[in-house]
Design a protein around this ligand. Structure first.
Ligand SMILES: [Fe+2]
Length: 314
């Protein structure tokens, strides 16, 4: 792929992946897992929605509520300010996408202002600004710092890519045979779009402060009766360390660290640049590749329409 994607006439850009809203058939059990095993910290509950934070400043990185089956409710991206929210909304409209919740004032902890829309494959996306975040934020060993990235399988990769690149202002950092790695700040990627299998959730990755924390997290998952489904290893694009697991109700999860930091000078590479030698799927080559279980789980979770409107945030 050429670098022409970086030259698209996009003026406004989202700044980061802030949080993800999830649904589980047994939300209490899921919250207990995310608090006791995954090492997030509960920060409250309102109207049946539980919020969990990481050690970074974001008010929460996950919300959990009851749905008929495990589901992705919404991805929440930050914009710098209200003017940027409005500009991003205009870019979404210019893409011909349906804005269900136009820009409006929001209640905390969701922000001051924001809008919601469905992307071309029906994924629910909110763009917000002005969330009152925590004033105290510092890395703690063995605890996630923030969301690292969300990996989404697509059924119409070209349409999905156009939305994230041309409406939300992502840069395509790298392209492999299977994925587009999308960057919105110095992190090599915060959203990944698959070329097939969608629209479903491939996995959600949480950034640990270091490799030791990734490995301690893997041990804690073992203690909880869950094996490592893929890893440990070091990815090609992003050069990040990884371990993959199955969380509650087979939610595919990743602990990662050491995500490559990039700037405007980063040279994007194409599928032919990302080829592994036979028998290899990562830089280290010490694992057998993803388990059948996580490959199957990584095609099962859909976006839901339950509770995805922003009414409850106003
Ligand atoms: Fe990942």
């Amino acid at each position: 792929m050429s670098n022409s994607n970086t030259l698209a006439k996009v003026s406004a850009k989202i700044s980061t992946l802030r949080s993800i809203d999830l649904g589980f058939a047994d939300p209490a059990k899921a919250v207990k897992f995310f608090a006791d095993v995954w090492n997030l910290t509960p920060v409250g509950e309102a109207a049946g929605v539980y919020y969990l934070r990481a050690t970074g400043a974001f008010h929460h990185v996950l919300s959990v509520r009851k749905t008929a089956q495990p589901a992705l409710i919404r991805m929440v991206y930050d914009a710098a300010d209200a003017a940027t929210v409005n500009a991003l909304h205009a870019q979404v409209v210019a893409q011909g996408l349906k804005t269900i919740d136009p820009p409006a004032r929001l209640r905390q902890p969701h922000g001051d202002y924001g809008f919601g829309f469905k992307d071309p494959e029906g994924r629910n996306i909110a763009v917000v600004c002005g969330v009152k975040d925590h004033t105290e934020a510092a890395d703690k060993p063995d605890r996630p710092r923030k969301l690292s990235h969300i990996n989404l399988n697509a059924s119409d990769n070209a349409a999905s890519l156009a939305c994230f690149r041309d409406a939300l202002g992502f840069r395509v950092a790298d392209t492999t045979r299977k994925f587009n790695f999308l960057s919105c700040n110095s992190d090599h990627h915060s959203t990944v779009l698959g070329v097939a299998g969608g629209p479903t959730l491939n996995h959600i990755a949480f950034e640990m402060p270091d490799l030791d924390s990734v490995m301690r997290g893997a041990g804690r998952m073992r203690d909880d009766g869950r094996g490592i489904e893929w890893g440990p290893g070091r990815h090609g694009p992003g050069n990040n360390v990884f371990c993959y697991f199955l969380g509650p109700e087979d939610m595919p999860l990743e602990y990662t660290s050491e995500m490559q930091q990039i700037d405007a000078g980063y040279r994007s590479r194409a599928p032919e640049d990302w080829k592994w030698p036979p028998g290899r799927l990562d830089h280290w080559g010490i694992n057998k590749g993803p388990s059948e279980h996580i490959e199957a789980a990584g095609l099962k979770i859909n976006f839901t329409s339950d509770g995805w409107r922003l009414d409850e945030w106003r």
